[in-house]
Design a protein around this ligand. Structure first.
Ligand code: F6R
Length: 599
């Protein structure tokens, strides 16, 4: 969703701000703007892309500025609604992510005092509030004004009377500051500033930061000084670059062998699985998984793995529903939140709701320093920055972590013998290499996808642990190619989805060898008899499948709970190439944002 940037340092601010904004484009946006500090505040904003902004912005000199990419919530995507918003009387400009919940009452009060509003946004109350409290000290006015504000924010403000500083504040929306000698950066996430520096300070909820040429000073909202060391992120600056690939999504799909090795590093060895969890899970009687979207699909897969290996009952809930459910949760439950970004508003709120009922809490998270890491103990998926809006490497690394968790629980509870753990670990250690073998088949998958460029709908089916993979295959395809796609458990065919089958409708069947393989062949027969064109994803060496399907895409033969990771990679490539052949905007699909920081 919206992205905030800021720069203060030795360089011309304008090109740096444009570059930072381009690096946050993947978060999703529909308008953009910048403001540069000087004797006066000079702003430029427009509906459309950062490139559009560059083309309408005259050259402005100055070494300090802020910028924003806006994903419309309050008010349409227009130039007037784009940030920065300004209080002209005091010369204050503000960029903001989040939602000011009580903006209507603040706005009415300010209008009553003669303030004029130019936009439909909630954000515009902020510069006016700061202006109202301003007595020559921007930091003090931000501090006082924020005590009136309800809602969430990550914000950056500059003021023409103090053109040597940026004031930032955070509550509920991510905000990171980068440091590189005398140059300072503000961004919504590390990927935005990785090109410039790996040395960062994460601003925490309820903190205000003041950036000047002398450095960064943090305080809490009530003015108590905060000491925080600069952290050096262990990330390759290349991680946020396209590195010769046509799209981030393709690059991230191809990174998966390395990602899985990183996910397993120090956790999987010939001695077994060591997750180094700082909590005792021996008394846990039930696991409740909370997540949204792709992460929810990972959670559904996790249920199969955890129940199979540890015999602990699992329920999986959509976080946006769970938070309003009045859930029955207590201290015998382990609640696991799965989130790539660690910033999904519904997942964070659901975790807080569960936590208030006294359960144990664990996050499966990709982004270091994100909101979820402040809520609970976290197992990191270690997938590195994921820029493509469609989750790929973060999904497979979530599946991998869930497998590790389930084996660790099963082994602790003596449900799994040492011999079966060793056997599974042996197969897990082949996973990186097996993903590489699937990737080597990309040309065949591309060719197969080309046959369906003009399809007007797709069905994906699987059984058991392949059912969540069918859901994910359908989600990936619809997200980036805009073709309606439905995933379902193959046993449900006769209960409804069969009505969608007619001559030539593509059905993608995940038909890898497992205990329900024969049943799935029966389901393939049912769709084939009604004219479907079936693409089967099957294990190497399975000759039977060719009698049932029109096209076969292969994965290496492996354990039935590891095979879904390989099938996911096939489906990611399939979705990518269908979207590619259709000429879609793959990394930034319409209407979608990478991290959904509002409800
Ligand atoms: C789909 C996708 C989304 C996210 C969902 C949750 O490709 O990326 O469905 O999975 O918005 O996001 P996180 O995992 O960041 O909580």
């Amino acid at each position: 969703m919206c992205g905030i940037v800021g720069y203060l340092g030795t360089l011309e601010a304008m090109p740096v701000l444009f570059d930072l904004l381009k690096r946050l484009e993947y978060r999703g946006y529909d308008s953009a703007g910048i403001a540069i500090a000087g004797n006066s505040i000079r702003t430029s904003k427009t509906k459309g892309s950062v490139d559009d902004l560059v083309s309408v912005t005259p050259n402005v000199h100055g070494n300090i500025g802020i910028g924003h990419t806006r994903w419309a919530t309050h008010g349409r995507p227009t130039s007037a609604n784009a940030h920065p918003h300004c209080d002209d009387a005091r010369g204050i400009a503000v960029v903001h992510n989040g939602i000011i919940e009580n903006y209507t009452e603040i706005k009415e009060r300010l209008i009553g005092r003669g303030y004029e509003f130019r936009s439909e946004t909630d954000t515009e109350v902020l510069p006016h509030l700061f202006g109202e409290h301003y007595c020559g000290d921007l930091e003090a006015s931000v501090r006082e004004a924020l005590s009136d504000v309800r809602g969430s924010y990550a914000l950056a403000a500059i003021c023409e009377s103090e053109p040597d500083k940026i004031v930032v504040a955070r509550k509920g929306s991510p905000l990171v500051l980068g440091v590189c000698g005398s140059d300072f950066f503000v961004a919504s996430d590390v990927a935005g500033i990785l090109k410039y520096t790996r040395d960062v300070i994460f601003v925490e909820d309820g903190e205000i930061g003041v950036i000047t040429g002398d450095g960064i000073r943090l305080t809490t909202l009530d003015g108590t000084p905060v000491e925080r060391d600069v952290e050096t992120m262990d990330l390759d600056p290349e991680a946020a670059e396209m590195s010769g690939y046509e799209h981030f999504m393709l690059k991230e799909i191809f990174e998966q062998p390395a990602v899985i090795r990183e996910t397993f590093s120090g956790r999987v060895s010939s001695g077994g699985i060591d997750l180094d969890l700082g909590m005792d899970l021996r008394d846990v009687e039930r696991i409740v998984v909370l997540a949204c979207g792709t992460s929810h699909n990972a959670g559904l897969f996790g249920r199969y793995a955890i129940e199979r290996f540890s015999k602990i009952p699992v329920v999986v809930e959509v976080a946006s529903e769970f938070r309003y459910m009045n859930p029955i949760i207590d201290d015998r439950d382990l609640v696991v939140a799965i989130t790539q970004s660690g910033e999904t508003a519904d997942t964070l709120a659901a975790m807080r709701e569960a936590g208030s009922r006294g359960c144990k809490k664990l996050g499966i998270v990709n982004v270091l320093g994100s909101g979820m890491t402040r809520e609970c103990e976290c197992l990191f998926t270690r997938a590195g920055p994921e820029i493509g809006v469609a989750a790929t490497k973060s999904f497979t690394s979530q599946l991998a972590v869930l497998l590790l968790l389930s084996v660790a629980l099963g082994s602790d509870r003596k449900v799994l013998s040492t011999a079966s753990v060793n056997e599974f670990v042996y197969e897990l250690r082949q996973l990186g290499g097996n993903i590489q073998r699937v990737l080597n088949d990309a040309p065949a998958i591309k060719e197969c996808a080309a046959l369906f460029t003009d399809a007007d709908r797709f069905l994906f089916m699987g059984r058991g642990a392949n059912y969540p993979i069918a859901l994910e295959g359908a989600l990936k395809l619809k997200e980036i190619s805009y073709v309606p796609a439905e995933g379902f458990p193959a046993g449900e065919l006769k209960h409804g989805p069969l009505a969608l089958i007619s001559e030539g409708v593509p059905v993608i069947a995940i038909a890898t060898r497992d205990t329900v393989y024969d049943k799935l062949l029966g389901n393939i027969k049912e769709v084939e008899a009604r004219g479907a064109t079936v693409v089967g994803i099957a294990s190497e060496g399975d000759t039977e499948i060719t009698k049932y399907v029109n096209y076969v895409l292969r994965i290496p033969d492996t354990n039935p709970l590891i095979a879904p990771i390989l099938s996911s990679v096939v489906l990611q490539l399939f979705a990518y190439y269908v979207a590619y052949h259709r000429g879609c905007e793959i990394d930034k699909p319409r209407n979608l944002a990478k991290s959904v920081t509002v409800e």
